[in-house]
Design a protein around this ligand. Structure first.
Ligand SMILES: C[S@@+](CC[C@H](N)C(=O)[O-])C[C@H]1O[C@@H](n2cnc3c(N)ncnc32)[C@H](O)[C@@H]1O
Length: 209
């Protein structure tokens, strides 16, 4: 189950399945791929477009399963009201996950909150176009609405700011494989690959610094 932004006529996730899409794009091709090629247990993640918090919930589950220490910072311009979040069903999540869902949903904004010993969450209500990034990140989940709906979020200047905040060997992942997006990431010096996307989508993007 997901949400729709009626103003943009755009869903927060694939209409074919929020859980499967997030698991494939951000967990499998982002976090797990990073772990395969880096010998690190302490990882910092930035998410652009926190939305329903699904990517944060799934990342927290990974942190618990693999005994990682994740600092998760998420930027969201328009936080989803809590009554809407409460109505989302997470049928695919494990029992342990259901406990952290509540903690993640109710975590205060603008402060770093320890959800469990493996996962801290810093939700920032701000506009990525105007936000200064003061940390260095191992992984960036770039989960903005589609370029056709919010072109300004995919602009070169935004990507440049994100890439500057990415650590060496860090990954920027996105469900999109739009041509200009890939060209911009390449011109910023990243190695860009395009594995198959989620749920039958031809391509997505993984860019390594
Ligand atoms: C595709 S949805 C994100 C889905 C989310 N990751 C999830 O798991 O539910 C895109 C999100 O970007 C947010 N957004 C739109 N404009 C933004 C901006 N200028 N800065 C930060 N976030 C923005 C939207 O409000 C929306 O929540």
């Amino acid at each position: 189950m997901s949400l729709i932004n009626h103003h943009l006529n755009e869903t927060y996730h694939s209409r074919l399945g929020a859980y499967k899409e997030s698991m494939h794009v951000f967990i499998q091709q982002g976090l797990r791929r990073f772990l395969e090629s880096n010998n690190k247990r302490s990882i910092s993640i930035l998410e652009v477009g926190y939305g329903t918090g699904l990517n944060a919930i799934l990342s927290c589950e990974e942190a618990i399963i693999h005994q990682l220490s994740i600092r998760y910072e998420a930027i969201e311009k328009y936080p989803v009201p809590s009554d809407l979040l409460g109505g989302l069903s997470y049928a695919d999540l494990s029992l342990e996950n259901k406990e952290v869902v509540q903690l993640i949903h109710s975590a205060n904004w603008e402060s770093e909150v320890e959800i469990c010993t493996h996962f801290s969450l810093f939700k920032r209500q701000s506009d990525i176009l105007k936000t200064a990034l003061n940390h260095a990140y191992d992984i960036i989940y770039f989960d903005a609405f589609a370029p056709s709906k919010q072109a300004d979020l995919w602009h070169f200047d935004v990507l440049q700011k994100l890439v500057r905040s990415l650590k060496k060997n860090g990954l920027l992942v996105s469900y999109s494989a739009m041509g200009q997006f890939k060209r911009d990431l390449k011109s910023l010096g990243l190695i860009v690959t395009n594995p198959p996307g989620a749920l039958g989508k031809r391509e997505m993007t993984v860019a390594c610094k």
